[in-house]
Design a protein around this ligand. Structure first.
Ligand SMILES: Cc1cc2nc3c(=O)[nH]c(=O)nc-3n(C[C@H](O)[C@H](O)[C@H](O)COP(=O)(O)O)c2cc1C
Length: 339
């Protein structure tokens, strides 16, 4: 297949493999390397709202307790300066990436409120980013807070940012919603151009020897693809915006599956961490060879072919219990990922 072009958020991409936001997209040399290896677009490492707020908090506490300065002054002066300094470095990265790269450069903000950082999307737009991805992840742990209250934060953020910028917006979410389909439907109609399913969360683990909390593996495995594959297939023909898949896409086959399910693009990080950026070229070769064998000339010819609305077996995506499989299950009959 000669033509691997696709569109994402209204941007023209030479192919559907996007370098996901991570440490790999934090500095210019890494970004140019990704472009050389064929990536269709890059999402810069997120600027974390919490990170900024934490810095400010610590600084304020320290200065106030040392009686150097009145807390109000910290709030009105130093706080702004700190934010400014952090933000400037990010804007510089956008500017230099736009200068050096020819693929689209998507900025990313990781946020949990619609508050202090809200001035920043406009700065991102002015710095020249082609689009902005909002990475919102709220893990509800307050028993008094309803699902609706938690979800309202996402609506507030999207509503506010949509008012501030003209560049396309994507929302990257986790799968942890009470009613994902209804949430996705509502938010896709609020002015965003795309949704990314799903982010990879930090997971705690327990060391039973040291009796300590540790961190679970940071990188995904190929078995992590299935939740996003299911939801891309279910949502791709129902939403008013584009969908990109993320999580567990490690080879060309996984890329093809997500496009067949209806994704316009995929965002990968772990596969690059594990194999280096050369994996992008391999995935694209696999995509082209497969498309040639199947006699497809373009992505659009097969995108969504196996989405829930187009497959002859829509129930397959809704089946969550193993009723049928439990009866005849034998380990050797199942693919290794299921064991
Ligand atoms: C080391 C590392 C750092 C990441 N940092 C960010 C980040 O800053 N912002 C973000 O939206 N996602 C971040 N992610 C999530 C990735 O962008 C991606 O969505 C996720 O890892 C799933 O894709 P994968 O299975 O290909 O790794 C990070 C992932 C990894 C592994």
């Amino acid at each position: 297949m000669k033509n691997t072009a696709t569109s994402w958020l209204g941007l023209e991409l030479r192919n559907p493999v996007i370098a996901a936001s991570s440490g790999l997209t934090e500095h210019l040399p890494g970004l140019t390397d990704l472009e050389k290896n064929g990536v269709g677009a890059v999402v810069l490492k997120s600027l974390f709202e919490e990170e900024i707020l934490l810095d400010i908090d610590n600084q304020m506490k320290q200065m106030a307790s040392d009686s150097f300065i009145y807390p109000e002054t910290v709030e009105f002066y130093e706080q702004d300066e700190r934010i400014r300094e952090h933000a400037m470095q990010y804007l510089d990265l956008i500017r230099s990436a736009k200068k050096e790269l020819s693929v689209p450069v998507i900025a990313s903000i990781n946020c949990v409120t619609a508050e202090n950082w809200i001035y920043f999307p406009r700065e991102i737009e002015l710095a020249g980013a082609d689009a902005l991805e909002l990475n919102v992840f709220i893990l509800p742990t307050d028993t008094r807070r309803t699902a609706q209250e938690s979800e309202s934060v996402y609506f507030d953020i999207v509503q506010q940012v949509c008012k501030l910028v003209k560049i396309p917006l994507a929302l990257k979410i986790s799968p942890y919603f009470t009613n994902l389909i209804s949430f996705a439907d509502q938010i896709s109609g609020m002015g965003i151009q795309g949704m990314v399913l799903f982010n990879r969360s930090y997971n705690p683990d327990i060391d039973i020897e040291k009796l300590e909390i540790t961190s679970a593996g940071v990188l995904s495995t190929p078995a992590d693809i299935y939740n996003s594959l299911r939801w891309i297939a279910i949502l791709s023909s129902r939403l008013k915006c584009d969908l990109a898949a993320s999580s567990g896409i490690h080879d060309g086959k996984a890329l093809i599956k997500q496009i067949l399910a209806g994704a316009k693009a995929v965002q990968i990080a772990s596969a690059i961490y594990k194999n280096g950026p050369g994996i992008i070229t391999k995935m694209l070769e696999e995509l082209s060879e497969w498309a040639q064998q199947k006699k497809f000339d373009s992505i659009e010819q097969f995108r969504g072919m196996l989405s829930q609305s187009k497959t002859g077996n829509p129930a397959a995506y809704e089946r969550v219990q193993f009723m049928k499989y439990f009866r005849g299950y034998h380990p050797s009959a199942m693919p290794p990922d299921y064991i």
